[in-house]
Design a binder for this molecule. Structure first.
Ligand code: 6GU
Length: 285
């Protein structure tokens, strides 16, 4: 994968990308990165690349011609016209599917904007994909470009070691990752969940799957609705719902529920009314 980044802050991109796993992949030849400083294509030669917006309003707009010249120079150099990703909060929201799709390209150009925006005419002329990384506003496209390149690079063969890519597999089925623990067995009075010390791989796998289901329910229920759930998954979720309702019935009838083993409150498995409603609907199918 060859990345090309049109930016006013090439050092920001280079510093970010030459570190850690992505840095290793560039050094190893699995990825390449070339930045182009748009300022080098200033019309006046004084480095100015922005001007006031027609129609008035706050801020400055990056002019069309410097960007277009930087792009045309680049295309001439590489001898083809790769897809051009423009980073903008007005774009389609980036996700894992888009990362997988873009990872199949040989070359990608990223265009990073700044100030209030970029003259629309050059976008019409050169951009193939308008992409946002989420619903919040950043000061420029550099961090979003790096976020995208990081996620895309993980999908490029050779970038991750076998161990690193194994880690990814456990995410794949649309659920959030389960919690991890390392030494010591007790840290500041907190114990590692006993099942992880049991050496029973079947039980460990089941516990991890259940924890993934629980986390996904709590933090990203919409993902749970789209995930493939087998009989055992449904059984766990049903038990969660039953346990939660049983506890509520018990507390309504005045019976205590503290210390009643794994079904007790405070173990993180208590469900909110919204979660119960969601699970009831999910399990009805
Ligand atoms: Cl791609 N650019 C900017 N400036 N802000 C963003 C964004 C992109 N994605 C989310 N917020």
């Amino acid at each position: 994968m060859n990345y090309y980044v049109l930016t006013l802050f090439p050092e920001m991109i280079e510093n970010g990308m030459n570190t850690s796993i992505i840095g290793r992949a560039i050094a190893g030849g699995y990825l390449s990165l070339q930045t182009v400083n748009i300022r080098d294509y200033s019309l006046t030669g004084n480095g100015r690349i922005d001007d006031y917006p027609y129609g008035g309003g706050a801020g400055m707009v990056m002019q069309a011609e410097p960007i277009c010249r930087a792009y045309e120079d680049l295309v001439q150099q590489i001898g083809k016209k790769p897809r051009v990703v423009y980073l903008t909060p007005q774009g389609r929201v980036f996700d894992q599917h888009m990362a997988e799709e873009l990872a199949r390209e040989e070359d990608l150009i990223f265009l990073c904007g700044h100030y209030e925006g970029v003259d629309e005419r050059v976008l019409e002329e050169i951009v193939t994909d308008h992409v946002s990384i989420g619903d919040y506003v950043l000061t420029g496209g550099e961090l979003p470009a790096m976020v995208m390149m990081d996620a895309i690079s993980r999908m490029v063969p050779g970038v991750l070691s076998n161990q690193e890519s194994g880690q990814y597999e456990s995410f794949q089925d649309g659920l959030l990752e389960y919690p991890q623990y390392s030494r010591p067995e007790e840290w500041r009075g907190k114990q590692v969940p006993p099942v992880l010390l049991s050496g029973h791989h079947g039980n460990v796998d089941r516990w991890r799957r259940d924890q993934s289901l629980l986390r996904t329910l709590k933090n990203r229920p919409e993902l749970l609705a789209g995930a493939e759930l087998d009989k055992k998954d449904r059984k766990f979720l049903q038990a969660l719902l039953d346990g939660s309702s049983a506890r509520q019935d018990a507390s309504e009838s005045g019976a205590g529920c503290e210390g009643s083993g794994t079904a007790g409150l405070g173990d993180g498995t208590g469900l909110t009314p919204e979660e119960k409603k969601f699970l009831t609907k999910l399990l009805a199918f």
